[in-house]
Design a protein around this ligand. Structure first.
Ligand SMILES: Nc1ncnc2c1ncn2[C@@H]1O[C@H](COP(=O)(O)OP(=O)(O)OP(=O)(O)O)[C@@H](O)[C@H]1O
Ligand SMILES: [Mg+2]
Length: 420
């Protein structure tokens, strides 16, 4: 009865009202209260009022008891939850309602005055602040997780790079050793012949000396024997000398191929005047012929590099032009054009000799490739040039040639030499 009565009359007021049982369960709400707490009747009716309070829930039974024992309305401040989340501090009044006919048990009427606006804002801010704080902690946690992940990943990458470098180093070392191994066996093979001839020659010398000694000790030596011995000695010594010289040259070339990177110190030099000196030292080879060597080089190229490497490269190229290129010519021409471009030195070497076949051109930088085997060629000259340019000077070399059209090489060398 009381509930129906409440529902009938509480519509009329814009004040939020709520009908409560004596123990604080919600029995009914008027529309203003429904709007205020932002929950429907069905969601709320039957639940205890304390479920809708943000604070002081434990004091509520005491308040209700006080209100129930008084005939006057009892003022009280409650923090009521709006939509079960936002706390709003409100001034309320609770009064006891007793049915006139005692047909129903008494109830309590809770009436809300206006919410305390300032505190309301403060509470709202407080709750927003709390949300923000939570978000900040979440973000911080995520950031920490991300930082840890990046740190771990960086460490793993660093380790991987380190391991890869180690593997590369080992591979490079193995490759170097393999190349050196094949070079050593090649050199051993090449050296075998001159050394063998030297050994045969010296044992022949030993034989003829013994024979000569016997003739002499038996007093049976004739003038012709002496002549024959001297001639044989001369010829054999010449053979021994030339073959040992050849073996020595091969060993020298081999040492060059190994390109000992630390053997020569870097120094500053003027490229043009240095190369002119190199050409001068080659002059004895050219002077008996009508061959010409022209050097076009700017005066002002100062390099901080390995002059010995430049000398060796130019010497090997020119000697090749003289021996191979101008084999059938008395008046060959070599032109060397040098220029700098984009921090690079460009050296264009050109001769107008017999040139090379496609096959020769492909193999020209291979160790032991020579078309003059048995005639003084070891096939190491251009391999040395290649190694010096690519490994010592960190440059490149390209060969361009065809039969009858001479040979040209385009060499590029960085002007800023890496520090090694
Ligand atoms: N300017 C050139 N013209 C024609 N052929 C050349 C020229 N330069 C090199 N070649 C060819 O390339 C080959 C390899 O040259 P490389 O200098 O390596 O060896 P080589 O001159 O034969 O012997 P060495 O080790 O004594 O220099 C030569 O045997 C020759 O066939
Ligand atoms: Mg050569």
């Amino acid at each position: 009865m009381l509930i129906q009565f409440f529902q009938k009359f509480s519509h009329a007021t814009s004040e939020p009202w709520c009908l409560l049982s004596l123990n604080g369960d919600i029995l009914a709400l008027n529309p203003a209260m429904v709007e205020f707490i932002d929950c429907s009747q069905q969601q709320v009716v039957g639940l205890p009022l304390k479920d809708f309070l943000a604070t002081k829930q434990e004091l509520l039974p005491k308040y209700l008891k006080l209100a129930a024992s008084s005939t006057d309305a009892m003022p009280i401040t409650l923090n009521i939850l709006k939509n079960k989340t936002l706390s709003v501090e409100c001034l309320c009044k609770i009064s006891l309602i007793v049915p006139v006919d005692n047909s129903n048990s008494p109830c309590l009427l809770l009436r809300l005055d206006k919410p305390c606006q300032q505190e309301n804002v403060f509470l709202k801010l407080n709750s927003e602040l709390e949300t923000l704080r939570q978000k900040y902690h979440e973000l911080k946690k995520q950031k920490d997780q991300l930082t840890n992940y990046v740190k771990e990943r960086t460490q793993r990458l660093y380790q991987e790079i380190k391991e890869r470098k180690e593997v590369e180093k080992t591979l490079m070392q193995a490759e170097k050793m393999a190349a050196l191994g094949s070079l050593v066996s090649g050199v051993a093979h090449e050296i075998n012949t001159p050394i063998g001839i030297g050994v045969t020659g010296s044992s022949h010398l030993e034989d003829i000396s013994l024979r000569f000694k016997k003739l002499f000790s038996r007093n049976a030596m004739k003038k012709s024997d002496l002549n024959y011995f001297l001639e044989d000695c001369e010829e054999t010594s010449r053979i021994i000398h030339s073959n040992l010289q050849r073996a020595s040259d091969l060993i020298h070339s081999f040492k060059q191929v190994a390109v000992d990177q630390s053997s020569e110190k870097k120094r500053r030099f003027n490229l043009k005047s240095y190369l002119e000196d190199v050409l001068l030292s080659l002059y004895p080879m050219v002077k008996k012929t009508a061959h010409t060597v022209t050097l076009n080089c700017p005066e002002n190229i100062e390099l901080n590099s390995y002059p010995g490497a430049f000398s060796q490269i130019l010497t090997n190229l020119i000697v090749n032009s003289l021996i191979h290129g101008f084999e059938n010519s008395n008046a060959g021409m070599v032109v060397i054009d040098i220029e700098t471009e984009c921090n690079e030195l460009k050296l264009m070497y050109k001769d107008d000799g017999i040139g090379m076949t496609e096959d020769q051109q492909k193999k020209v930088f291979d160790p032991f490739f020579t078309t003059k085997r048995g005639k003084g060629g070891s096939g190491l000259g251009m391999h040395v040039v290649y190694n010096l340019i690519c490994k010592k000077l960190f440059g490149t070399i390209e060969c361009c040639s065809s039969l009858g059209k001479g040979v040209s090489y385009l060499i590029t060398i960085p002007l800023d030499q890496p520090i090694i």
